[in-house]
Design a binder for this molecule. Structure first.
Ligand code: SAM
Length: 353
């Protein structure tokens, strides 16, 4: 069994990420853009793992079930996983319960197992939106036992800077509440790859390399980005190039996809758009930074409260209420110093807000 020992992994990073089912690194790129650093990207497909290595990510080419995670316990800030989701994808309409029983096509049970072993500060999962019922029933209750806050977001990438309609489910579990990202103006297929189609592209699929039938009735379904391209080019049949698919997915130009044609298109079509992953990662970062600001400002607020309190004591001692001596005031302040200070901090804090 391969051991993921901290000594063999990069030195402490600002936010340490363990990613499972990492594919070619779409999510990894987004996390990196948000300032997170991977200690390991676990992926069993040889071509995808080669892409991860070529892009500079710490790929661990292995089945997630063959690793020993014990040594990572307590060292991981974010566990990100995109468990295999064929069981719920539109192309494969199985009942979600059936999917849950098929371990090889359903990565959720293993993902939860790793969460329990590693105990990350945050767990972030991405999946197709059809998985929602299963996730709500089976995954969320387990996460609630381990994390203070668990939310599900269904985000369309087109609303977050990606020139493609791609609706995905995100589960975010952690110690703090996270605010969902705001929508941004949409980008069209024309903006991204210069073809005459003025909407975001439909979903980029893993099989774009095959192209589409020439029968225009097929395109009415507008299932994927190649269909939109066919309409934009007045029906001329042309499949999207790998570069076009990668651009619609917001991969940087020249990203080193590795493997044969089919493998490279599959890696692109399987990916979380990096820009969408970055949006989710930044939301988590903002929650951490919000908490950090409060933590940082507490000492300053405390010092101010001490000054206010000292001034109040001087004033009251100078003109003590009838029947109360200076020693009574000192005794009272000493006895209730903690509560008085907390109250003053509270008042100052509310005024500042
Ligand atoms: C939906 S893709 C993930 C895409 C990735 N999040 C990205 O943004 O590029 C799922 C990946 O899980 C990998 N995978 C499936 N079962 C696996 C297993 N048991 N162990 C490791 N990787 C696995 C597949 O090879 C595939 O690349």
């Amino acid at each position: 069994m391969l051991s993921l020992h901290p000594h063999t992994l990069p030195a402490r990073a600002p936010v340490r990420v363990l990613e499972l089912f990492a594919g070619a690194g779409g999510a990894a790129l987004g996390l990196h853009a948000a300032g997170f650093e991977h200690v390991a990207c676990v992926e069993r497909d040889a071509s995808a793992a080669a892409t991860l290595r070529a892009a500079g990510f710490p790929a661990v080419e292995a089945d997630v079930r063959d690793l020993d995670y014990a040594s990572l316990a307590g060292t991981i800030d974010v566990l990100w996983a995109s468990p295999p989701c064929q069981a719920w994808s539109k192309a494969n309409q199985h009942a979600d319960q059936k999917g849950a029983e098929d371990v090889d096509r359903n990565g959720w049970p293993w993902t939860l197992r790793v969460v329990r072993l590693v105990r990350p500060r945050w767990a972030i999962f991405e999946n197709v939106k059809n998985a929602r019922a299963y996730v709500e029933r089976t995954v969320v209750p387990e996460l609630r036992k381990l994390f203070a806050h668990v939310v599900i977001w269904v985000l369309n990438a087109a609303d977050h800077g990606v020139p493609q309609s791609r609706t995905r489910l995100f589960v975010i579990a952690g110690p703090l509440a996270v605010s969902p990202p705001r929508s941004e103006p949409r980008r069209s297929m024309r903006d991204a790859i210069g073809v005459a189609y003025d909407k975001p592209a439909p979903c980029v699929m893993t099989n774009e390399w095959k192209g589409r039938p020439t029968d225009p009735s097929w395109w009415k379904k507008l299932n994927n980005a190649s269909d939109a391209l066919a309409i934009a080019t007045k029906g001329a049949r042309r499949k999207l190039t790998l570069g076009e698919c990668a651009a619609l997915q917001t991969f940087p130009e020249g990203y080193p996809f590795t493997g044969d044609v089919e493998a490279r298109y599959r890696q692109v079509g399987n990916a979380v758009p990096p820009v969408l992953a970055a949006v989710v990662a930044r939301a988590v970062r903002a929650a951490e930074e919000g908490a950090e600001t409060v933590r940082e400002s507490l000492p300053a607020l405390g010092a101010l409260a001490d000054r206010v309190l000292a001034r109040a004591v001087v004033l009251v001692r100078g003109r003590p209420p009838r029947g109360i001596g200076a020693e009574d005031i000192d005794r009272f302040v000493l006895r209730h110093a903690g509560r008085l200070r907390a109250h003053v901090v509270d008042v100052i804090d509310k005024r500042a807000a």
